[in-house]
Design a protein around this ligand. Structure first.
Ligand code: NAD
Ligand code: MG
Length: 304
């Protein structure tokens, strides 16, 4: 599940960002959501051989939802390389991807905790925090990253069930997980929410998804104001087109996959590990004066 080259350059090596990764043209492929990363063609780079830690999160304890694959996996691996112990949550069907990420975290010398469950279930949202706190011995970093994205032709094609589940998984779960985490967070803790370019440039094929991403931005800014006086910083990361299993499991129309990401300034899709430094920055004390911000990692697309 990791782009396989042990001689790959790490994120601190100077290269042109145009050429750091090839401009991929993924073949048309389809999986049932949530999709299994190890079955994607080509394999995305989640950083196993390309993320080098520099000691920025030593001893921190992090919880990353949707940490089994894609951006969440890349973030979990980067956190571990920076010295944090990491709990990841994911859907039970994703156990094989989750175990692979747990292996990479463990081989990085840090503690990996795996917590399967469905974030659409409010009970799981509060239970998972208790489990993570018990296993990690506390919590300093919460990354609300899990997300559901199903492309449909337009509004008339979005069934009620999809609309409800997308809002449950993407925004209501974020409220619930964060609410459950609050009593455990001390001054210096950070919350990072994954929003999207879709919050600014909504695609007509993603009306429900894009609406949740706009809500996540708004939630992040409001909550940042509430928690800043307590020394808890809340920020968001807004990815552009990143080659993750979200895309071939109905996140995009299948025929659009070969050109995925090519309309960005860099002319290529991003790889999950290219998101990781943004999360590390927002999690670490070096971003002490960054509060209520949205950090765009989108390969060059105009955003406010
Ligand atoms: P991904 O499929 O690898 O990760 C999403 C994860 O969300 C899944 O692994 C799954 O564990 C979790 N998830 C989904 N529904 C869930 C549910 N009901 N209960 C529990 N977990 C659930 O894809 P990704 O692209 O890495 O997605 C991570 C985040 O990045 C998402 O919030 C997504 O919206 C956002 N994002 C992705 C892109 C992109 O181009 N890939 C762009 C902008 C934003
Ligand atoms: Mg997954």
């Amino acid at each position: 599940m990791t782009a396989d080259s042990s001689n790959q350059a790490d994120q601190l090596t100077f290269v042109s960002p145009v050429d750091r990764y090839p401009s991929i043209s993924p073949p048309e492929q389809h999986q049932e959501e949530p999709g299994i990363e190890s079955e994607m063609v080509p394999q995305p780079d989640i950083g196993e051989f390309s993320y080098r830690g520099t000691g920025r999160l030593i001893g921190r304890k992090a919880l990353v939802t949707g940490g089994d694959s894609g951006i969440g996996a890349a973030t979990a691996i980067a956190f571990a390389r920076e010295g944090a112990d990491v709990a990841i949550t994911y859907l039970p069907a994703e156990e094989s991807d989750a175990q692979e990420v747990a292996r990479i975290i463990s081989e990085s010398g840090r503690r990996a905790v795996t917590i399967p469950g469905d974030l659409v279930d409010p009970t799981f949202c509060s239970q998972l925090v208790g489990l993570a706190v018990a296993e990690l011995g506390g919590l300093d970093i919460l990354v609300n990253n899990a997300g559901k994205q199903l492309a449909r032709e337009g509004l008339a094609d979005i069934p009620d069930e999809q609309m409800m589940q997308t809002f449950e998984a993407n925004i209501f779960a974020m409220f619930r997980v964060t609410r459950a985490a609050l009593p455990h967070l001390q001054a210096g803790s950070t919350i990072i929410n994954t929003t999207s370019i879709q919050a600014y440039q909504p695609s007509p094929t993603l009306l429900d998804y894009a609406s949740t991403k706009a809500a996540i931005n708004n939630f992040s800014k409001g909550l940042a104001e509430e928690l800043a006086p307590k020394g808890i910083r809340v920020n968001a990361v807004a990815p552009g087109p990143i080659w993750t299993v979200l895309q071939p499991s109905e996140g995009q129309p299948t025929e659009d996959l070969p050109s995925f990401g090519k309309s960005t300034g860099l002319g290529r899709a991003g790889q999950p590990t290219e998101l990781a430094p943004a999360y590390v920055f927002l999690a670490s004390p070096e971003s002490s004066y960054v509060v209520g911000a949205t950090l765009h990692v989108n390969g060059g697309q105009p955003t406010p």
